[in-house]
Design a binder for this molecule. Sequence first.
Ligand code: 13P
Length: 320
Amino acid sequence: MKTNDLYSQINKIKKEKDVVILSHYYMSNDLQVETKDGGFVDFVGDSLGLSIQASQTKANNILFCGVRFMAETALLVNETKQVFMPDPSAGCSLASSINAKDVIELRKKYPGVPVMGYINTYAETKTQLDVCCTSRNAIKIAASLPSDKIIFVPDLYMGQNLQMRVQKELGKELILWNGACEVHEAFASHNSGMKRAIDAEFLFHWEVPKTLTSILDDGAKGMIGGTTDILSYVKKSPKKKFYLASECDLGVALKKENQDKEFITPCIHCAYMKQNNMVKLLAALKAIGSDQQQKYQVTIDKKTMQKAKMPVLRMLELSE
Ligand code: 13P
């Protein structure tokens, strides 16, 4: 089928079934083509942007192209909707590095210390968090907590990268957990290529190990931040060459927005994000409203929902 015919077919089904399609920047090229560019995706964004879109959508059904904790979050912020994924088994190494019991134990070890949890956690873990944060708002959320100590879970590297700024700007200390994102951790085995990129500016996601990001302290040019920070930094920078230390397909949006700039990367993909593809998306879309829909639907039991939505809604309030 020709691409335009495929897009028309998808848009027709979306309309008939009242579906909004949300895609993370880590999706492959074909799952990032927005309706405003003649495609079928209603919004491409980072984890915060997608949560905000999910909370505001009027559509009854959300088809979420991302990983499971993101789709769960969409449901937590808008529980009257039905949320679907092309492949609901798409996981996340960070989210599975911690569970609710682990957070309860941390609370016992550090009584009275608030817990700021990365959005990259499952709903069950979120039941024990005080507030969530994403890569875009972590410093802002840390600043809002009335405590000079904060437990931050589960990403150790992100915590170590944040620690310096949080200490310097807010005078606060982070207590960390030992989780890691497989993709961003993998840059550690590519540091020889990084060293050769001496004429580039470095774009480090928060989740890249400190052993690599520390080159910025030694005088290399670039930044550490979240996905949206990376996109904004490149747009503003007069430089023409960048080393991308984040998921390879973030390069799709970077190239689209900066056609005159060059991006070098070892091109590390998130295998979980790549469980989404066009074939599964079409199958999920067709299943909505049929007796097959539960194969693609993301659900959270009522008891978990009541508690897990609190830290996410608190984050959205603080992000305004
Ligand atoms: P952001 O979209 O908030 O940057 O998070 C992406 C992610 O899940 C990295 O592991």
